[in-house]
Each structure stands twice: as C-alpha cells, then as structure tokens.
Design a protein around this ligand. Structure first.
Ligand code: DGL
Length: 279
C-alpha cells in the first residue's frame, strides 16, 4: 500500500442528508465499520429537499459535499435519496474522492428479495418524479414491474418524532391504501427518513410485503468501495482505533441533538452548527 493511501485511509468518511434521516445510514456504517471516523452533516435548516426543484437540490447537494470536503474526508456518502436522485449524474464524475449513493444499493437489495418481480417504491416527490428507481430496477432486471408513490408528509412526521402515533398510521393508510392493487411483494423505503416509520408501515400493510431499508446495503457498498480504493482504515497492530463521530447541522444544535439521539438511541454530544451558505 502506498504511503499516500495509508494516510488517506485515516481520514473520516463524510455522510450527509437533508436532516436527520441519514442517521439511519450512519448507524449501519458505524456498526459495520466501527474503526472508521465519521463526519455527518444534516441540513436541517433547509429540510425538506423532497419538495424542492431539481436545480435547488443539486445546488444544496454541491454545498453539502463542499462542506464535507472541507473536513478532509476520504469518501462521500449521499445518505439522501432525493439528493441521490437529483444529482447522481453530476456528482459521480466531479469529485476526487469516491461518492456512494443510496439508489443503486437499495434497488439491488430489493431485486434480490422479490419473488414475483413486482416492486413498489415510496419516496419524496422529487425522488418519485425523477424515476431513478424505475430505471435502476429495470436495468437490473427488465422483467420487474414498478409502481412509485410519493409520500411528502412522511418526512415532516419523522422530523417531528411522530413515528408511531395514530395520526401517522392514518397518513400511511391514506398514501399506501391502494398499493396492494399492483400486487407488489417488496416495498423499497426510498427515503432515508422512512426506516423510522418502518413498524408503522408494516402494521398498515401487513405481513405479505417485504420492506427494504437500504441502509445496510449502503454500508456494505461503502466497505466494498473503501477496500477497492485502498482506503479502509486498518488497525496498527494492537492499537485498535475506535471510530469517532462528529455531527454538524445548519439549524438548532439542541433540536438536532435531542431528535438525533432518539434516532440513534444514544446521546449526541458533539454537534456543531455551521453556515452552509458559506460553502
Ligand atoms: N431523507 C431524504 C431522502 O432520502 C430527504 C427527505 C427530504 O428532505 O425531503 O429523500
């Protein structure tokens, strides 16, 4: 291994989302790669992204990546389906560090699970209207039939911490009541906020539909890319490094820390507010 790579491997992995949803991806990465330092940016001051235009989401995405690069990260993880859907073609070519997104890993995971090749995807309005999942699934297997449904109220419910309230189940039933007509056996949670609603969604839809949370598949892809690029952090002998996580937000530190700790099931003590417009 070259020295440059050895040094680069000690750098952190940068992860971002429009808010707290990407913490579902961070959690899986931290579980799979406990020796890696992580830098997380949640753009809570400008959330949601899913109701904004493609141009706006691309601009936000570029600023989020610029911020993470200013933290000297070795890799970027776009832990946001909306940002992935709107800007994938642009970002994959543009940066000197590897970029991992969420649509590819989620689609591959769902295609392995389905038995009847009928897959439904739920996401923000921007993600669903981009048709990225439809394209990704058909590329994997042209026989897959796809149905997409935008659920714009889910993100505010999650950001509010209303994961298992009666009103949340009613909203889920309203959006997904007709889904069964298309007979999908697999549903991709195509927004990194939605795993927080997974139990409520499962309760409304019943046991016949597999719910695919792509966070685990994204973490596996992160590890694969780090290995391929010689960027995986390896311990020096007995000197085991325990990964540190730094959190940044564009909104209230207190709100991020209190809701974030509910997401992760542990206290978040090192949250810093930044001015994302400066990047
Ligand atoms: N968590 C994000 C996603 O995966 C964005 C939600 C939003 O900001 O609208 O789509």
């Amino acid at each position: 291994m070259h020295d440059a790579h050895q040094n680069d491997s000690k750098k952190a992995i940068g992860i971002f989302d429009s808010g707290l949803g990407g913490l579902t991806v961070l959690k899986e990465i931290a579980k799979l790669l406990p020796g890696e330092d992580l830098v997380y940016f949640g753009d809570s001051g400008r959330t949601p992204y899913g109701t904004k235009s493609k141009d706006t989401v691309i601009r936000y995405t570029q600023q989020d990546i610029n911020f993470l690069l200013s933290q000297n990260v070795k890799m970027i993880v776009i832990a946001c389906n909306t940002a992935s859907a709107c800007s994938l073609d642009i970002v994959s070519e543009k940066y000197h560090v590897p970029v991992v997104e969420v649509v590819g890993p989620g689609s591959r995971a769902a295609s392995r699970v389905t038995k009847n090749n009928s897959i439904a995807v739920i996401g923000t309005s921007a993600t669903i209207s981009s048709h990225v999942y439809e394209k990704a699934l058909k590329k994997i297997n042209p026989a897959i039939t796809y149905v997409g449904k935008a659920c714009p109220l889910f993100v505010p419910l999650v950001e509010e911490g209303w994961w298992d309230k009666k009103i949340t189940e009613d909203v889920i039933a309203e959006y997904l009541g007709n889904l069964k007509c298309s007979n999908p056996d697999t549903l991709i949670l195509g927004c990194t906020h939605y795993p927080l609603l997974q139990s409520a969604i499962a309760k409304v839809l019943g046991p016949d539909i597999n719910l695919v949370n792509s966070a685990g598949a994204v973490a596996a892809e992160v590890k694969e890319v780090l290995i391929k690029e010689n960027l995986l952090r390896i311990s020096d002998g007995d000197n085991i490094h325990h990964g540190r996580v730094s959190y940044f937000t564009s909104d209230s530190v207190e709100k991020f820390a209190s809701l974030g700790s509910m997401f992760l099931g542990k206290e978040l003590d090192n949250v810093t507010k930044i001015d994302i417009d400066a990047y």
